[in-house]
Design a protein around this ligand. Structure first.
Ligand code: ZN
Length: 67
């Protein structure tokens, strides 16, 4: 049972930490953890899914609504 719980916890951590959403073409240097974030709802460009590591490489930081 412990092993199963650990697996679930790791899966959740992976899903929430590895993939982020950005607004392409925006001047803002932010990334978002959820595609339905308030910050992204104001995006007039395309919402793009990318790896957190890639977003960080572009100098993006976590959006203020999600801190
Ligand atoms: Zn956000």
């Amino acid at each position: 049972m412990k092993t199963l719980l650990l697996f679930v916890a790791l899966s959740l951590a992976h899903n929430t930490s590895d993939t982020v959403y950005i607004c392409s073409g925006a001047k803002g240097k932010k990334y978002h953890l959820r595609s339905d974030c308030r910050g992204l709802s104001r995006c007039t460009h395309q919402v793009v899914k990318m790896k957190l590591a890639d977003a960080a490489k572009e100098g993006r930081t976590l959006c203020g609504f999600e801190k």
